[in-house]
Ligand binder design. Structure first.
Ligand SMILES: Nc1ncnc2c1ncn2[C@@H]1O[C@H](COP(=O)(O)OP(=O)(O)OP(=O)(O)O)[C@@H](O)[C@H]1O
Ligand SMILES: [Mg+2]
Length: 469
């Protein structure tokens, strides 16, 4: 193929992309290419299923971002699965990858050198798939790619959260992030900004619970000179500074009625009034608010404005507590060990079991603190005795059922997409299993017998739902 006239064009670097299953084969190709190109790199992408668009995209997109702006890139469309080829076209046509595309007639088909074995693909040719239809798909995939941010975990509840996060991020509505303390609401707020079309604009955050009323108002909306004693000049507030970007209002449940009014004006009319001022100032800011309080209840009790509540709740993201995604425990532990120190004491089996049983009321923040403690007090192993006393002594009973119930609830809350038959059946399945477990005192063997399924099948199901280690 490289003997063709077209291929005499000199390349400095060639990348061969492959999947773990085809690494050997690709290594052979790399060898033969090294005769023609000074540098050939082999990239083994984490793709298990090369017919899955999403897997391919998530593996290839970060790679594309690593290509320098000024590089002249050619992609060869003729290799890989049809889905792989389509992704190249999508990447190029959506501007994520600046490259020319060529297709190659495989050497096996051209016994003698073919005058045009390599041709450029311009997509103007007749019969090429309609790309415009794919644009929205690309925006979504890209958002999903960024939506992860620093959020660790791959349990079903986290996957559902990330899916929804990506969709919500690209919509132009305020977002209310709810969830217990320490579940990662801050991370989610940042990820929303990163995955939105405002990613290149500013991201500012304010903890509304930390400031007295007067200070918060002028912090958010700014003030005019002389607005209050000490206001010696005009000052722009966070809303003006966050123009074209995102403002994250943490602990939104704590704001006073006066600040609520100011906020409502911005959300309804895109205008603000500085403290002590009359003029309306136009701002374009995406508001992401978070709270661990029950705002709906505050509305019913009359301490939070109903109209503001519904405005803020343009979309709601409920961040799942750690106990319903206990399958992520190990990844999180390893992540925090990596962050904390070079010492990596690992929990023993008994310790793991206790960690998995514990309901984690302080969620990921509590886990992080726990892991940090091990790095100080443990050498290589973390024994049962090394765990905090409340973790060590968490009661065994009911743990699985509690997770199961919360999980079913969560997955309903998190997923408002049109639901497939399989999805609905999955929910039903979880409920049936949950009830059977309760009847059998969480005993897996008896539960399996009652449901007339294999015990391993039951375990596999629980594990798939992130509820069994
Ligand atoms: N999924 C996650 N992956 C990695 N780290 C996480 C995750 N969730 C939370 N953390 C970490 O746990 C800690 C607490 O998270 P964060 O501050 O976002 O919680 P929060 O929901 O805002 O809590 P609060 O309601 O108390 O403000 C942070 O150090 C954060 O980095
Ligand atoms: Mg927070």
């Amino acid at each position: 193929m490289l003997e063709q006239p077209e291929s005499r064009r000199a390349y400095d670097v060639a990348w061969v992309l492959t999947t773990p299953a085809h690494e050997q084969l690709a290594a052979g190709l790399v060898e033969s290419m090294r005769k023609h190109v000074p540098r050939v790199d082999l990239h083994v992408l984490p793709i298990q299923d090369p017919s899955d668009y999403e897997q391919i995209f998530h593996a290839v997109a970060p790679l594309c971002r690593g290509i320098p702006e000024e590089a002249e890139v050619t992609t060869v469309l003729s290799a890989g699965t049809p889905q792989m080829q389509t992704i190249w076209v999508v990447l190029v046509k959506s501007g994520l990858l600046r490259a020319r595309m060529v297709k190659v007639i495989p050497p096996a088909f051209v016994p003698r050198p073919h005058p045009r074995a390599i041709t450029e693909v311009t997509l103007d040719i007749e019969g090429f798939p309609e790309i415009r239809a794919l644009r929205e798909e690309v925006v979504q995939l890209r958002a999903r790619e960024r939506a992860r941010g620093e959020i660790i975990g791959s349990s079903p509840p986290i996957q559902a959260l990330l899916r929804r996060l990506a969709r919500v991020a690209t919509a132009h509505v305020p977002v209310l992030v709810t969830g217990e303390t320490g579940t990662g609401k801050d991370l989610v707020a940042r990820a929303i900004h990163q995955a939105s079309t405002r990613a290149s604009g500013p991201f500012l955050a304010e903890n509304c619970g930390a400031l007295p009323e007067g200070t918060l108002a002028s912090e958010l909306f700014g003030h005019e000179r002389g607005a209050f004693t000490g206001a010696t000049g005009r000052r722009r507030g966070l809303f003006e500074l966050a123009h074209d970007g995102t403002l994250f209002l943490d602990e939104i449940g704590e704001i006073s009625p006066r600040v609520q009014v100011g906020l409502l004006r911005i959300l309804e009319r895109g205008e603000l009034r500085r403290v002590g001022g009359e003029a309306e100032v136009k701002v374009d800011v995406r508001v992401v608010a978070a709270t661990h309080r029950d705002l709906g209840r505050m509305v019913r009790e009359g301490t939070f404005r109903e109209d503001l509540y519904y405005r803020l709740k343009g979309a709601e993201l409920a961040v799942p507590p750690l106990r319903v995604r206990i399958g992520d425990l190990e990844t999180l532990v390893v992540h925090f060990l990596d962050q904390a120190s070079s010492r990596r004491p690992m929990p023993t089996r008994a310790a793991w079991r206790a960690l998995q049983r514990y309901p984690w009321p302080g969620n990921v923040r509590e886990l992080r603190a726990e892991v940090a403690r091990w790095t100080v007090f443990c050498e290589e192993r973390v024994d049962l005795d090394d765990l905090s006393v409340e973790i060590r002594s968490a009661p065994k009973a009911d743990a699985v059922r509690r997770r199961l119930e919360t999980h079913t609830l969560q997955s309903r809350q998190l997923d408002d997409r049109p639901r497939s038959f399989a999805d609905v059946m999955g929910d039903l399945e979880r409920q049936v299993v949950g009830a059977a477990l309760a009847r059998n005192d969480q005993n897996l063997a008896r539960t399996a017998r009652e449901l007339a399924i294999d015990r391993n099948t039951l375990k596999r199901k629980l594990r798939a739902w992130g509820m069994y280690p």
